[in-house]
Design a binder for this molecule. Structure first.
Ligand code: SF4
Length: 370
C-alpha cells in the first residue's frame, strides 16, 4: 500500500470514524461486494441534478432525454459485469424507481413556478467578495494538494454570503427533539469539513451549508470556525493513524465489527473480524448466512440452496436473472464452508431469498479467528 496516495474525503470521514479497517481494506484493493440498484439510481439522480445545474432543463422532454441517457449508461456498465447484470433493467430491480424519478422531475420542472427552479440552480449574485478570492460553481474541488480532499457539489453566493450546497438523494434530515429538522450528523460534518477547506484556500468562511433534497426539502448547517477546524484536524489525525496502522500491519485492530456498522460495508467477505462475528452469531447475521453448503438444486429459473449453519439448517431460494451465476458460485462451494452475502430473511423462518446482487463466497478458513 506504500505507493498509494493517502487521502480522505469529507464524505468518507464519518464512515472511517466508525471503522478505520474498511478504509484500509479499500486501499489494499480487497474485492468489494457489488453496489445495489438503489445506490446506482442515486448516482443517476445526482447526475441529473448536476446536469440541470450546468444546463437547466427547459421542459419535461429534455429531462426525459437526459434521464434515459444516464440510465442507459449505468445499465450498460451493470450488464457488463456478471455480478450486477441482474440489476438490469433498473426500473424493475429498484424499489420506488418511478416514485423517485417523479419526485426529481417535480422538483426540477414539474409544477413549480419558474422562479422556484432557482432553488436547484447555482446563483452567482455578487455579495461583495472579490471573485478572485472565491471558488464558486459546480463540482468545486477543495483541498486538491492536501490529504483531506473532495468536491463540493455547488458553492454559490446568496444574500448572506457564500453557501456550500450538497445534493442528497436519500434521507438527510434528523430530529433533535425540536420543531425543525436538523442535518444528520454525518452530513453536517461533511459540510463543516468543506467549510474549513474552503477557508484554508480562500481565506473566507462560508456563511452556511445547505443540504438540498430532490424531493424539495432542505436543511441548513451553520459553521462555527473552531468546530470546523477541529474536525479538519481530527480528519488529518485519523488519516495518520490509518497510514501508521497499514505500515505496521496492524490494520485489523482498527476494525469495529458490529451489525449496525457492518451491514452497509462492502468489504465484509474479506474482513476477518466481521467473518468471526458472523461465526460467533451462529452463521446468521443481518443479510448474511455462513455455513456448510450441503446442496444446490438448480431447476429451470430457480435455485434452492441448503446451508448447515451452527444454529441449524437454512434454506436459500433464488429466482430470476441471478440464478445462473449463483448456481455456478454454489457449484464451487459445494461441501465447503461458504458465506452468502445479501439475502433477505422471511420473518420468523429459516428461509432466505437471494436478490440480484447476492454473492456466494467460499470462506477462507484463515480469516475466522474464533
Ligand atoms: S465489515 Fe465491519 S469491521 Fe469489517 S471493515 Fe467493514 S465495517 Fe469494518
Amino acid at each position: 500500500m506504500s505507493d498509494k496516495q493517502w487521502q480522505l474525503s469529507p464524505s468518507q470521514f464519518s464512515q472511517v470514524q466508525q471503522c478505520g479497517y474498511r478504509y484500509l481494506l479499500k486501499m489494499s484493493g480487497a474485492p468489494a461486494l457489488p453496489v445495489g440498484g438503489a445506490a446506482v439510481l442515486g448516482l443517476v439522480l445526482h447526475g441529473i441534478l448536476e446536469t440541470h445545474a450546468h444546463r437547466p432543463f427547459a421542459d419535461v422532454e429534455s429531462f426525459e432525454q437526459e434521464w434515459q441517457q444516464q440510465i442507459s449508461k449505468q445499465e450498460q456498465r451493470l450488464a457488463a459485469n456478471p455480478v450486477t447484470a441482474a440489476l438490469v433493467p433498473l426500473a424493475r430491480s429498484v424499489r420506488n424507481y418511478a416514485v423517485k424519478k417523479a419526485a426529481l422531475r417535480r422538483s426540477i420542472i414539474g409544477s413549480m413556478p419558474p422562479q422556484r427552479v432557482e432553488h436547484l440552480l447555482p446563483s452567482f449574485v455578487s455579495t461583495g467578495l472579490p471573485k478572485a478570492e472565491t471558488k464558486l460553481g459546480i463540482e468545486i474541488e477543495l483541498g486538491k494538494e492536501g490529504r483531506i480532499t473532495g468536491r463540493a457539489d455547488l458553492i454559490r453566493r446568496f444574500a448572506g454570503g457564500i453557501e456550500i450546497v450538497d445534493y442528497k438523494t436519500g434521507r438527510f434530515a434528523a430530529s433533535n427533539g425540536g420543531s425543525l429538522p436538523v442535518a444528520k450528523p454525518e452530513y453536517a460534518q461533511q459540510l463543516q469539513l468543506y467549510a474549513a477547506m474552503y477557508q484554508a484556500e480562500t481565506g473566507h468562511w462560508p456563511a452556511r451549508g445547505l443540504l438540498l433534497g430532490l424531493a424539495s426539502g432542505e436543511v441548513t448547517v451553520s459553521f462555527e470556525p473552531t468546530e470546523c477546524l477541529g474536525l479538519l484536524k481530527q480528519a488529518n489525525e485519523l488519516l495518520n493513524t490509518l497510514e501508521e496502522a497499514a505500515m505496521a500491519g496492524t490494520g485489523s485492530a482498527l476494525a469495529r465489527p458490529a451489525p449496525e456498522i457492518c451491514r452497509l460495508c462492502s468489504y465484509r467477505p474479506n474482513c476477518s473480524p466481521y467473518l468471526s462475528l458472523l461465526s460467533l452469531a451462529g452463521g446468521v447475521l443481518g443479510s448474511d448466512v455462513m455455513g456448510q453448503l450441503n446442496s444446490s438444486r438448480p431447476r429451470s429459473n430457480r435455485l434452492n440452496l441448503s446451508v448447515a449453519t451452527e444454529t441449524g439448517p437454512v434454506s436459500i431460494q433464488a429466482v430470476g436473472g441471478a440464478v445462473g451465476r449463483l448456481a455456478a458460485e454454489a457449484a464451487d462451494g459445494l461441501g465447503k464452508r461458504v458465506a452468502v452475502f445479501g439475502v433477505r430473511q422471511t420473518p420468523g423462518t429459516r428461509t432466505f431469498t437471494a436478490g440480484p446482487t447476492t454473492v456466494i463466497y467460499t470462506v477462507d478458513e484463515d480469516l475466522i479467528t474464533i
